[in-house]
Design a binder for this molecule. Structure first.
Ligand code: CP
Length: 311
């Protein structure tokens, strides 16, 4: 199955809907398999996790996915302090070094484009675990999978994305993913300073998704299939005062859910949250960010690792 991929996964660009559905099918099959049978799938395989930016979910779900499939990992959280990067080793040299020891490299990096630079220089698969404000393709796949499991389709959906649409790589990748399917409409709610860039809007619209910008939560339409809330990305601001001004402009709380969410509206967030979802929403049966969405991340990453690494 590995030949379905072009080896690397640093963008969603090359993934056709048929392949995305195949990844979902694989994830469904893996979640039903016994833990013992899973352990045979990647026995003898090794992946390096190089996370140049902090992570809880992506790091631990990739690590867990690899190990649940019987593979092993070399793990660097913060290689800028713990690897020879501290002595000045270039990212290209690091990629070459690790490619001599492992079967795949999984990278998070603050600079957009770095994962591609690494992928271009080595022959083993390189997977993008988030690059700057660029893309986070495996997050988009788990988000699409979460929506698909609930609504049984990725066509004709009406959704809301809220928060930091300018800097949020999960937003960029999910919009890219949704634009591959038919007749999707996304309402965009953000402070004007954090709107999706004109370039990004043009790109997604050209790919077929309908984008409607709104400025107030009172304009959220009825019966959305999902609300995708995001945090304002402090680490992308030069001026902390500007961040403080914008960080809690839009808050998802019980009152808003009661007023505006539909019976089947999935309440999603890639996490971490830093105040923009009130804890009183957590117990709502439509809230998926603290259980299903997290678990789906692990199953999607298991599916990807199996498809990329098993022969
Ligand atoms: N969703 C996500 O990317 O979370 P982490 O930054 O914790 O990996």
């Amino acid at each position: 199955m590995s030949n379905l991929f072009q080896n690397d996964l640093y963008t969603l660009d090359s993934l056709k809907p048929s392949l995305i559905y195949l990844i979902f099918k694989q994830a469904e099959s893996l979640r039903k398999s016994s833990p013992t049978s899973l352990l045979k799938i990647l026995r003898g395989k090794l992946a390096a996790l190089l996370f140049y930016e902090p992570s809880s979910r992506t790091f631990s779900s990739f690590s867990s996915a690899m190990k649940r499939l019987g593979g092993q990992t070399i793990e660097y959280q913060n290689p800028l302090q713990t690897s020879s990067a501290v002595k000045g080793e270039t990212i290209e040299d690091s990629a070459i070094v690790f490619s001599n020891y492992v079967d795949a490299i999984i990278v998070r990096h603050p600079e957009t484009g770095t994962v591609k630079r690494m992928a271009d220089i080595v022959s083993i698969p390189v997977i993008n675990a988030g690059d700057g404000i660029g893309e986070h393709p495996t997050q988009a796949l788990l988000d699409l999978y979460t929506i698909w499991r609930k609504h049984k389709s990725l066509d004709n959906l009406k959704g809301l994305m809220a928060g930091d649409l300018k800097n949020g790589r999960t937003i960029h990748s999910l919009l890219k993913g949704l634009s591959k399917f038919k007749s999707n409409t996304v309402y965009l709610l953000s402070p004007k300073e954090l709107k999706l860039s004109e370039k990004d809007k043009k790109e997604y619209r050209d790919q077929g998704v309908t984008l409607i910008e709104i400025t107030s939560s009172s304009e959220i339409p009825a019966d959305c299939h999902y609300w995708y809330w995001t945090r304002v990305q402090k680490e992308r601001f030069d001026d902390v005062k500007e961040y403080e001004k914008l960080k809690l402009r839009f808050i998802l709380n019980k009152k808003l859910v009661n007023e505006k969410a539909g019976e089947k509206t999935l309440l999603m967030h890639p996490l971490p949250r830093v105040g923009e979802i009130a804890v009183d929403v957590d117990s709502d049966p439509r809230a998926t960010y603290l259980d299903e969405q997290l678990k789906n991340g692990m199953y999607i990453r298991m599916a990807l690792l199996k498809m990329i690494l098993s022969k």
